[in-house]
Design a protein around this ligand. Structure first.
Ligand SMILES: Cc1cc2nc3c(=O)[nH]c(=O)nc-3n(C[C@H](O)[C@H](O)[C@H](O)COP(=O)(O)OP(=O)(O)OC[C@H]3O[C@@H](n4cnc5c(N)ncnc54)[C@H](O)[C@@H]3O)c2cc1C
Length: 277
């Protein structure tokens, strides 16, 4: 529960949601879009945010879409991680949605995981590996943009905008995949390392979370991973260095430990998807 007064809206259309957001702002109430509410509740309790109005996106039909359409798989931002996990359209995404436990996954949503404030955002990784289009709604209307154009460390939305859907070409969603997730103790922990990778015609595509301060996909790293002039072990070592970022260092794991996991993870990825036999 959130221990201060706020206004709750349950819009049934995109237009009503945008209207509620604008209306709350006009009244001087700080509005937040609400999905599963797990992060909003926790952050409110800790006093990190003080929402004046919550606009629930879960009853908007477009946010609940899960379908195949015109060669694409379409995922509504309001789907729970269980719904995403049980869907066969994009196997790597289903696997990536397998965080925490089944009960919590009934609350956590795709949009909340990707747009939220926690740094892991594991479900964005498969989308970053494909030509995913993001459908957004905001005060200026609706727009569809390549996800890669609006995701850099985090989702960069315009004021008042929300994520409606993500659309992935089916040809990419069906590519051979690899995922490796490393945690400190139980599989319910936040990740020390999560690697998601696809084997495309042009080589391995790889994105990861947990090691650095935010999810990352790097063309420089992929160039090294796919450089067959290097021995696999040397390739993994050079690719790890090519991130050029400092590993996180916290109570879950030291930077040195994360770097070791990263190196092992890259070696495994090359072994699994690099056709090294
Ligand atoms: C017990 C637990 C364990 C977790 N472990 C992991 C983990 O291992 N890996 C990992 O990646 N994450 C993990 N998380 C983080 C979690 O995935 C996100 O915090 C969560 O998904 C938020 O989803 P929600 O639907 O509850 O978001 P909410 O709390 O409803 O919203 C979170 C934020 O996102 C914004 N938002 C929500 N939907 C949209 C949208 N469609 N468009 C724009 N903005 C939006 C909200 O305004 C708010 O700022 C964990 C969370 C919990 C509670």
């Amino acid at each position: 529960m959130i221990a201060h007064n706020l206004v709750y809206h349950r819009p049934e259309t995109i237009g009503e949601a945008l209207g509620a957001f604008a209306g709350a702002e006009a009244e001087g109430l700080k509005p937040y879009y609400l999905a599963g509410g797990t992060e909003i509740t926790t952050f409110s309790r800790r006093g990190l945010i003080t929402p004046g109005a919550l606009i629930d996106l879960k009853t908007i039909p477009e946010c609940r879409v899960l379908t195949r359409r015109e060669g694409s798989a379409v995922f509504g931002a309001g789907l729970t991680l269980n719904e995403v996990g049980e869907c066969p359209f994009f196997p790597l995404l289903s696997e990536a949605a397998g965080i925490v436990d089944h009960t919590v996954r009934n609350r956590l949503t795709l949009g909340g995981n990707i747009a939220g404030m926690l740094p892991y955002r594991e479900t964005v990784l498969p989308f970053l590996l494909t030509d995913t289009a993001a459908r957004l709604a905001g005060p200026g209307g609706e727009r569809e943009v390549p996800l890669a154009d609006i995701f850099s460390r985090r989702l960069k939305l315009k004021p008042g905008e929300f994520l409606v859907q993500l659309r992935v070409p089916e040809a990419e969603a069906g590519l051979p995949w690899f995922r490796r997730r490393r945690v400190k103790q139980s599989r319910l922990d936040y990740p020390l390392l999560t690697i998601c990778a696809l084997a495309a015609r042009d080589g391995i595509r790889l994105a990861l979370s947990g090691v650095f301060d935010s999810p990352v996909r790097s063309p420089e790293v992929e160039a090294v991973l796919n450089d067959r002039s290097l021995e696999p072990a040397r390739r993994a070592e050079t690719a790890a260095a090519a991130f050029g970022l400092r590993a996180r260092d916290d109570q879950r794991g030291s930077a040195q430990y994360r770097e070791m996991l990263l190196l092992r993870g890259l070696e495994e990825t090359i072994r699994e998807l690099g056709g090294e036999g």
